[in-house]
Design a protein around this ligand. Structure first.
Ligand code: SF4
Length: 205
């Protein structure tokens, strides 16, 4: 079988409790099925990536091994859509030998199979669910909300709510505080407890 490669855009080291527990290294990768209007990564996503093998990436992040182990941190896959790279995540996981946690930043706008595979090799999920109102979701992302919300329910079934942080944004020009509150209520009713409401800060918005 061909070795999976990760389209590496950038590494950001020594992040503390930003995108996972403890100290993490954010590994930004190319590719995302959505087209969010205020995506802060779009500029980055247009840069040419460097394809790296699981071992090559491991060798680049292992410099922080002691920090990861001492704080219960590890490696966060994000940038674009982490769950586009589940084969890579599955190959990378054994290299960590259980000493590091693996986190994935995702919109869950991916095929159901990707969620099933990720549930087997990712410790913590940071889900940017956008908005529960279908009109707002479509207008802002260009994608379909049913896919993301069905996958969210599936992920909860597979790994439990404690391993999922759901980020719920207030999006300038697209939703209101009331919309955000409504999304939070729906997510609470679905059984999610790790909810992270936040606001996009847009220059000149
Ligand atoms: S899901 Fe994230 S990476 Fe993808 S377009 Fe939206 S903000 Fe950008």
């Amino acid at each position: 079988m061909t070795e999976p490669l990760y389209p590496l855009l950038s590494l950001s080291r020594l992040r503390m409790e930003i995108d996972g527990d403890g100290v993490t290294t954010l590994v930004a990768g190319a590719g995302c099925p959505l087209h969010c209007k205020w995506c802060i990564n779009q500029k980055l996503l247009r840069h040419p990536p460097t394809p790296v093998s699981p071992q090559e990436l491991f060798d680049r992040v292992k410099i922080d091994d002691l920090y990861f182990q001492a704080t219960g941190g590890g490696v966060t896959f994000g940038g674009g859509e982490a769950l586009l790279h589940t084969q890579f995540l599955q190959a990378f996981r054994p290299l960590c030998k259980g000493r590091w946690r693996i986190y994935a930043e995702t919109s869950l706008a991916v095929p159901r199979r990707a969620v099933e595979l990720a549930s087997q090799c990712v410790d913590g999920f940071i889900v940017d669910i956008k908005d529960s109102n279908p009109h707002i979701y479509r207008a802002y992302t260009g994608g379909e909300p049913e896919l993301a919300y069905e996958n969210l329910a599936l992920l909860k079934e597979l790994v439990g709510p404690q391993r999922i942080t759901v980020r719920v944004p207030l999006i300038p020009e697209f939703n209101s505080k009331e919309d955000q509150t409504h999304s939070l209520q729906i997510l609470k009713a679905m059984g999610f407890t790790r909810l992270d409401p936040f606001s996009y800060i847009i220059k000149n918005a």
